[in-house]
Design a protein around this ligand. Sequence first.
Ligand SMILES: Cc1cc2nc3c(=O)[nH]c(=O)nc-3n(C[C@H](O)[C@H](O)[C@H](O)COP(=O)(O)OP(=O)(O)OC[C@H]3O[C@@H](n4cnc5c(N)ncnc54)[C@H](O)[C@@H]3O)c2cc1C
Length: 117
Amino acid sequence: MVIAADGLRSDARSRWGLDRDVRYAGYTAWRGVTASRGHLANEAGETWGRGARFGIVPLPDDRVYWFATLSTPPGTQFDDDHETLRGRFGSWHRPISDLIEATPEGAVLRHDIYDLA
Ligand SMILES: Cc1cc2nc3c(=O)[nH]c(=O)nc-3n(C[C@H](O)[C@H](O)[C@H](O)COP(=O)(O)OP(=O)(O)OC[C@H]3O[C@@H](n4cnc5c(N)ncnc54)[C@H](O)[C@@H]3O)c2cc1C
């Protein structure tokens, strides 16, 4: 038995002829973890807008994980992640902009999202 657990673009699956196409999910995603400071996020939730979503997940140790998605063509480049997030989500309900501002620029990840076809 061979278990190929090396991710979406698996070398092992490909080597064993089990490869499947990856397909773009239609959106890019930013992710961050920041301190909740006891008040930023006590509840998990996801807010939907036109072509965009924002999710909040409280973590242990007074931290909070958040993600933001935006429907964009694959490979779209953004010069400044914080500026883009402020422009797209800054007017959404609290604590969304507080979470973005509380997360240092270097701690924000962005990836185009793919899954197996
Ligand atoms: C933004 C985002 C949010 C998500 N949210 C959720 C969620 O809420 N719930 C959920 O269920 N899923 C979620 N997912 C999906 C979930 O993360 C993936 O489905 C899951 O991580 C896939 O697991 P995996 O073990 O197949 O691959 P991976 O997690 O990609 O793990 C593969 C591992 O193999 C290693 N590797 C690769 N090649 C080699 C090699 N040659 N030798 C040794 N090691 C190698 C890699 O370094 C990696 O550590 C999310 C994904 C993203 C991007």
